[in-house]
Design a protein around this ligand. Structure first.
Ligand SMILES: *[C@@H]1O[C@H](CO)[C@@H](O)[C@H](O)[C@H]1NC(C)=O
Ligand SMILES: *[C@@H]1O[C@H](CO)[C@@H](O)[C@H](O)[C@H]1NC(C)=O
Length: 340
């Protein structure tokens, strides 16, 4: 055998070996079982085995799909789902901001930079967004992105913010959070979890940095990434992003559990049962104006003209339910921090 042939054979063997090792690893993961602790759920205390394609509820691999059981669905079935926001799915707010309504229809909202707007205003929850942006010379309106979210529910408040980054580096975390006015840090690292002292709110990292999922019991689940405006996007849209600011912002997807038919807000109104989108699906992209309706005075206030729905202090009928921290190692203190 010539030396080249030998090398080739060795590499082939190595590759084969790797494939075999990977396969055995996948086969070795025993599917976990998952259940719902909500009494009104179809799956209440029924233990469902996860699909073999996504055997774990909180997979260690940031690219793996998770096993998910929708406790609010009429079907009791565990499925695989991505852990990051899907910018093309309902309840998404990404890019400069492009929304996907509860009805699945795409629309844009022309906000203003350095102002706050109500995304959701409902009986039990108010969700505002802070817009950042810029206006290149000669343009009549701002280009904007969502930099922060402010939530009020019951007597609590929560904020999630993308911090400023001159030059973007994915290894550096650009998330800042507060709960009831106190800032808290979630340890860097995939699957690290923070839970509020009353356990109403849980925040889990879905990759080592810059991705989280926030769950507020009975109300909403938010998947979010912090991302910069990329050079490519800048070139396509001629935003004119300056060299010293990456315009770090949020891309988010909401999943609501209990909206009322009166829900308001830029995104909220698309969840009204009677809502008729003025845009025909796939034909035209509606641009929503109406900043006079949705503008709020700060990240945590419900004073927009169409915000009258939110009642501070009002909690949902169900009480806070215990969460399943599985094999996580939790320490107390100001909030509970868990690490795998
Ligand atoms: C957020 O909650 C804390 C604790 O209840 C409260 O002191 C603070 O005023 C709230 N912040 C806003 C802006 O409502
Ligand atoms: C970028 O530079 C401009 C003008 O030179 C300055 O006004 C601005 O504050 C700088 N931004 C950052 C994030 O340093």
């Amino acid at each position: 055998m010539n030396p080249f042939g030998f090398q080739f054979a060795a590499i082939l063997l190595l590759l084969l070996n790797t494939v075999m090792v990977l396969e055995t690893q996948a086969a070795n993961v025993k599917p976990q079982r998952i259940t719902c602790y909500k009494r009104y759920s179809k799956c209440y205390l029924k233990y469902i085995t996860c699909p073999s394609e996504c055997p774990q509820i909180r997979p260690k691999d940031p690219y793996a799909k998770e096993c998910f059981l929708d406790c609010y669905s009429p079907k009791c079935e565990a499925v695989c789902r991505k852990r990051k926001p899907n910018c093309d799915g309902p309840g998404a707010a990404c890019y400069d901001p492009r929304f996907i309504g509860g009805d699945g229809i795409v629309f844009y909202f022309h906000g203003k930079k350095d102002e706050h707007f109500s995304l959701i205003s409902d009986v039990t929850v108010q969700i505002n967004a802070r817009f950042i942006g810029l206006r290149p010379a000669g343009r009549t309106r701002d280009f904007t992105w969502i930099q922060a979210l402010g939530l009020m529910f019951g007597s609590h408040n929560f904020t999630l913010e993308a911090t400023k980054a001159e030059n973007w580096n994915q290894e550096v975390d650009h998330l800042k959070c507060t709960y009831d006015g106190m800032s808290f840090r979630v340890p860097i690292g995939h699957s690290s979890v923070w839970s509020s002292p009353d356990r109403n709110l849980e925040l889990e990292r879905t990759s080592a940095t810059n991705s989280v999922r926030v769950t507020i019991q009975e109300i909403v689940e938010i998947s979010a990434n912090v991302v910069p405006v990329t050079e490519k996007e800048d070139a396509i849209h001629s935003y004119g992003i300056p060299k010293n600011d990456s315009f770090a912002h949020l891309e988010v997807q909401f999943r609501f559990f209990d909206l009322s038919p009166k829900v308001e807000g830029i995104l909220g109104r698309t969840y009204q049962p009677s809502f008729k989108n003025s845009a025909k699906a796939g034909v035209d992209m509606a641009v929503v104006g109406g900043d006079n309706k949705y503008k709020t005075s700060s990240l945590l206030s419900a004073d927009c003209n169409s915000c009258s729905v939110f009642t501070p202090g009002k909690m949902v009928a169900g009480r806070a339910l215990p969460m399943d921290f599985g094999s996580l190692d939790c320490t107390g203190g100001n909030g509970i921090v868990c690490k795998k």
